[in-house]
Design a protein around this ligand. Sequence first.
Ligand code: SAM
Length: 249
Amino acid sequence: LGLLYIVATPIGNLADMVPRAVEVLQCADLVAAEDTRHSQKLLSHFNIDSPLLAYHEHTDARRTGQILQRLEQGLTVALISDAGTPLISDPGYRLVRTARERGIRVVPIPGACAFIAALSAAGLPSDRFSFEGFLPAKGGARERALRELARDTRTLIFYEAPHRVADTLEAMAAVFGGEREAVIAREVSKAFETFQLMPLRQLASWVRADSNQQRGEIVVLVRGNERRCESALDDEAQRVMSLLLAELP
Ligand code: SAM
């Protein structure tokens, strides 16, 4: 049986490519990539001439089958995405899952991941967090998703498209409260890298007022709810109160 490598690539700065990733991509019989034209540039930069194959998880079940077939023939396949770690808001899950089911060894080559880099430098609690990926694009669904997270005490991490970030921050201020701290981490590892930490309402106006903050690639991090213990106590107090009241003559 072959070997499937899951290879992280840089999220902007090519100098973040790890030597082991270069080595693995060089030796792979086949490199499966989301966008072969985009990935060709990366491979050329590192003088890698392994053959590229397009891999789109959702549109191309046949392609997954082809890759599995090559693996079963004993070839080494490396999966990369356009940026960062494959499977993190990127394709690959189906391939990894099926490969494992068929007894093929799957080996990760760790490297860049946008939300981990953002969290490591944001200045928000990092001991417990929840990575939420992309929120739904439509207003109603997005608000429902936010409401479900409103009581979560962990730092919440989102990926967001630049043309939606101002709307999203305003929706977050409305659902989580304008005082809740948040960070926008933009263009991490690139020339215009920006980190801004502010209460949500202020952050939303700051982003809305400056179109430069609505460009490039963005991670939004929101401090967890700090009032959950308080309201849990309220709930408990209410429960005890109603028990006591029921005992009164
Ligand atoms: N697999 C990638 C990873 O490991 O982070 C994420 C892929 S996802 C399709 C792309 C999103 O990641 C962007 O829309 C943005 O939210 C975030 N992202 C990627 N590169 C980034 C960067 N350099 N700075 C900030 N956010 C970034």
